[in-house]
Design a protein around this ligand. Structure first.
Ligand code: ATP
Length: 518
């Protein structure tokens, strides 16, 4: 199955099983805006809990806040968003489609890289154990030619970005012969800048004075509350403020389901440190965040680091954690060393001192900041797409069948356990309800008595429920049930007294958090 097919299947599955719906679907939808359904909301909440607990429970010096979406308009002047929160856009004159020029170039670079990877795979097969990858990369003619293309492209792209040279960006697209994926033509407009912030009006004034913005990131809500939290929480440096909340960006290209939305959620943490110590904390948070992702055991090979080609004005180091989505490696989370840029800007624009008195150094200064910034919806997509599995299995009658199962990490699964009386009679439902009443306070349970047991198992597989409990006539006599495991489909007889501990061991968030801390 090709990657495009997988992505289509994941998207269709997300809708069919109540994870994600197009916003306002009955009115034909609103582009790049989505609603989370009954299962999606539970999964999303579990991801939020995993993130917030890893921040706040595991770190005594991190607290959380919930700041407003609307902020004073000067915030966005100070942060630079009013003047410079732009994407370079380019239109194809034939298809009339609009693209982000930087994304077109990055996709092209990725395509050449794939050619190199293909050569390596082919050669590894041909030479077997004797294959020396480093030597091959240094000597193979085709690889060297492609690597040269990548290096030249990267250099000229980096220079164009650094100089904000839009004509040079267009020149790169033209020279590389990049075509529009829809029309296949090279008939491009010039590259222009496009501000991504949504604006609206506050109060009853209709002129410019009432113009405010929907926040394009949650971070500024943290910066403007730095002093409030530091003083009222008696926080000592280093300390962090974590926040989960909505952000809004009028994205130019929004065609990848919940990867790029116009309304989305971020999970951001700003960690305030002593100037001069930022490199140490930058490394610390890179390591921590990588561990947090990998603790989910979705496959270490699905993550890679990507250092920024162009550092934002505010940053002295920045790197992204990229995830291997069905459409390739793309940014999942950013880790940025933001210097004292934001607090200094707010100090200047507001006229209020945003400093910290360091009792050890006996002086005041504006703290430096390390930021970790993760998109909740992208995180959701990474979990969903890596969980989606199709397996060919043999049925009882020997015929082959395909089972679709979401192998969601158990602590994140929307429903932890399904309780399934084999029949709707003979006291089985009552016995099943008793088991549910015992488990439901700690675990999200689902009760189902309709359809054959096989069909019920499949429905639970399709939403990623790690455990199914089946109650039969034997259960009433022996006080035991059949426990079925989602991934292996293994079934075992278990005493009802042992159910809570077995299920909690696998589904408890605590075990995940312990891996993050290890
Ligand atoms: P991209 O280059 O993909 O546009 P970005 O570098 O602009 O992303 P940041 O400003 O660093 O992104 O935002 C931090 C995180 O917020 C990203 O790593 C991503 O997970 C998430 N994010 C950003 N824009 C969107 C969006 N439009 N839809 C969903 N998530 C987003």
């Amino acid at each position: 199955m090709g990657n495009d097919d997988i992505f289509k299947k994941v998207t269709a599955h997300a809708k069919e099983y109540g994870f994600v719906f197009q916003s306002s679907e009955i009115y034909d939808g609103l582009s790049a805006v989505y609603d989370y359904g009954q299962n999606g909301t539970l999964l999303k909440n579990n991801i939020k809990k995993y993130w917030l607990d890893a921040m706040v429970l595991l770190n005594e010096n991190i607290v959380t806040i919930d700041s407003a979406i609307f902020m004073h308009p000067t915030v966005w002047k100070a942060s630079g968003h009013a003047d410079a929160f732009n994407d370079p856009l380019i239109d194809n004159k034939d298809s009339k489609k609009r693209y982000r020029a930087d994304v077109l170039i990055e996709d092209y670079r990725e395509k050449i890289q794939k050619k190199i990877d293909k050569e390596v795979t082919k050669a590894a097969k041909r030479f077997g154990d004797a294959f020396d990858k480093a030597e091959f990369l240094k000597t193979n003619g085709r690889v060297l030619a492609n690597q040269k293309k990548i290096d030249e492209l990267t250099n000229s792209f980096q220079t164009a970005l650094e100089n904000d040279d839009l004509a040079a960006i267009k020149q790169i697209i033209v020279e590389a012969g990049i075509v529009c994926p829809i029309s296949g033509s090279k008939n491009w407009t010039d590259v222009r800048q496009f501000n991504l912030m949504f604006d609206t009006r506050i109060g009853s004034v209709s002129d410019e004075s009432g113009k405010i913005y929907l926040r394009p990131e949650t971070a500024q809500g943290i910066f403007v509350n730095y002093l409030n939290v530091q003083k009222t929480g008696r926080m000592k440096l280093p300390f962090g403020i974590a926040q989960i909340g909505k952000a809004f960006r009028n994205e130019i290209v929004a065609r990848q389901f919940i990867f790029r939305m116009r309304e989305f959620e971020q999970m951001e943490m700003q960690f305030f440190v002593r100037p001069g110590e930022e490199k140490k904390w930058y490394r610390f948070w890179k390591e921590k965040r990588e561990k947090w992702h990998k603790a989910l055991a979705m496959g270490d090979e699905k993550y890679r680091w990507h250092d920024h080609d162009k550092l934002a004005r505010y940053a002295n180091a920045a790197s992204d954690i990229e995830f291997d989505f069905p459409f390739g490696f793309k940014e999942l989370e950013g880790i940025h060393s933001r210097t004292d840029f934001d607090l200094s800007q707010h100090q200047e624009f507001s006229g209020k001192k945003l400093q910290y008195y360091d009792p050890e150094l006996q002086k005041s200064y504006v703290p430096y900041v390390i930021e970790t910034s993760l998109g909740l919806d992208r995180m959701f997509l990474s979990v969903l797409s890596s969980a989606y599995t199709e397996e060919v299995i043999e049925k009882a009658d020997g015929k082959k069948d395909t089972r679709v199962v979401l192998k969601i990490p158990a602590p994140l699964a929307p429903v932890k356990v399904a309780i399934l009386p084999l029949m709707k009679k003979d006291g089985l439902p009552e016995f099943a309800r008793k088991i549910m009443d015992n488990l439901k306070f700690d675990l999200n349970c689902r009760y189902e008595e309709k359809d054959s047991i096989g069909k019920r198992y499949r429905r639970q597989d399709a939403i990623g429920t790690p455990f199914c409990i089946t109650i039969d006539h034997q259960s009433l006599i022996n006080n035991d049930v059949t426990l079925r495991y989602r991934d292996s489909m293994k079934q075992e007889r278990v005493s009802i007294l042992d159910l809570p501990s077995i299920i909690k061991l696998k589904t408890n968030m605590k075990n995940l958090l312990k891996k993050v801390e290890a």
